[in-house]
Ligand binder design. Structure first.
Ligand code: SME
Length: 143
């Protein structure tokens, strides 16, 4: 019998494809709310340098801000944003896109770039579409 598909391979495929195609996407990963502690984001599949930010309280970081607002956050210059949690000294800009399931944020896609102001509305549209695919997948495959 076929085994049930799982979320992580889909997420791994998405971050791998994104990171390969877009050279200014220098760190590309998922953070998902911990089902046992929904005030905390947990690092999921990612491509790029390892980060010490494996768990992020939703009150912290650009990552937390995207959960709190429920909207995509684009930061052109991370060093001028007091919310920013540093993962790499090379990072200059960041985009975080929430993932919705049944009207609630359940996680996000996070991209860091070594270029300042790397992310445009085209990136936002593309990543919001990727987030929708992941959200729809989770809706169709409840844990
Ligand atoms: N910069 C993020 C933390 C995660 S690392 O970018 C991978 C933030 O400010 O929330």
């Amino acid at each position: 019998a076929a085994t049930a598909p799982t979320l992580e391979p889909l997420q791994q495929g998405i971050v791998t494809a994104i990171a390969q195609r877009l050279p200014y996407y220098n760190w590309t990963g998922f953070y998902m709310l911990d089902p046992h502690d929904p005030e905390t984001l947990v690092l999921g599949p990612f491509v790029g340098a390892p980060t010490t930010h494996v768990r992020i309280p939703v009150t912290e970081g650009i990552c937390g801000a995207a959960v709190a607002s429920g909207e995509t956050v684009i930061v052109d210059d991370v060093h001028s944003d007091p919310r920013y949690l540093s993962c790499s000294i090379d990072t200059k800009s960041e985009i975080v896109v929430p993932i919705y399931v049944q009207g609630k944020v359940i996680g996000e896609i996070d991209i860091d770039s070594h270029d300042s102001a790397a992310f445009t509305n085209a990136d936002r549209d593309f990543l919001e579409e990727a987030a929708q695919i992941v959200g729809a997948y989770i809706e169709q495959h409840p844990a």
